[in-house]
Design a protein around this ligand. Structure first.
Ligand code: E4P
Length: 216
């Protein structure tokens, strides 16, 4: 399973990138706003650091606005992927952009029907939001499982990004459900590699090492 980092923070992305764990990056308007820098500056800096796909989201709500923004964003770097919301306009934009060879990530997907429509419209990626569904009392991971089945059954090339991942359990379940990608908040990665038994094991080894006779 590929890891995309769900972040607009270059330092956070670089820290994980050094470990070879970054296959791509996703951003959204909220993540960009946190950085307090111009959108283009944030995206181009990330694209210089990471060679994999970097999702940049449009703000426009009409098809023409989405296409115009997408064409501009796609010119910022060759690895920019256009993130579009799952609306009627977003579906039409995804269809037209796929015809132009521009990669898209259709986002804010909360049902299997929405995911299926985005795949049929030619989306490169679809992003079901697991955590936000869980917040409403619905099992978000079931959507990833259902979309995996649908994509396989009908032979879509569209890749599933398990998005809105909130904890380590989500990531493990997304892998087991067959998500192609999980987009993981930069802050969650350290929580994934840290384990109290690993720390306790290191401490014990170092203690015991003190009794090993040293050559004089
Ligand atoms: C990624 O594409 C999404 O924007 C992101 O995973 C949303 O996560 P959140 O629901 O924790 O804001």
């Amino acid at each position: 399973m590929k890891f995309f980092i769900d972040s607009g923070n270059l330092e956070e992305i670089k820290r994980i990138h050094k470990l070879g764990l970054v296959d791509g990056v996703t951003t959204n308007p909220s993540l960009i706003a946190k950085e307090g820098k111009p959108f283009k500056e944030v995206i181009t800096a990330i694209c210089k650091t990471v060679s994999g796909p970097v999702s940049a989201e449009v703000i426009g709500l009409t098809v023409e606005e989405m296409i115009q923004e997408a064409e501009e964003l796609a010119g910022w770097a060759p690895n920019v992927v256009i993130k579009l919301p799952l609306t009627e306009a977003g579906l039409e934009a995804a269809y037209r952009l796929s015809g132009q060879g521009i990669k898209t990530n259709v986002t804010l997907i909360f049902s299997a029907a929405q995911g299926l429509m985005a795949a049929k419209a030619g989306a490169t990626y679809i992003s079901p939001f697991v955590g936000r569904l869980d917040d409403t009392g619905v099992n978000g991971m079931q959507l990833v499982t259902d979309l995996r089945k649908i994509m396989r059954e009908y032979g879509f090339a569209t890749e599933i990004i398990a998005a809105s991942i909130r904890h380590v359990g989500h990531l493990q379940q997304a892998a087991a459900a067959g998500a192609d990608i999980a987009t993981v908040p930069g802050s969650l990665l350290p929580a994934m590699w840290k384990h109290p038994l690993t720390d306790a094991g290191i401490e014990k080894f170092l203690q015991d090492w003190k009794s090993v006779p040293q050559l004089s």
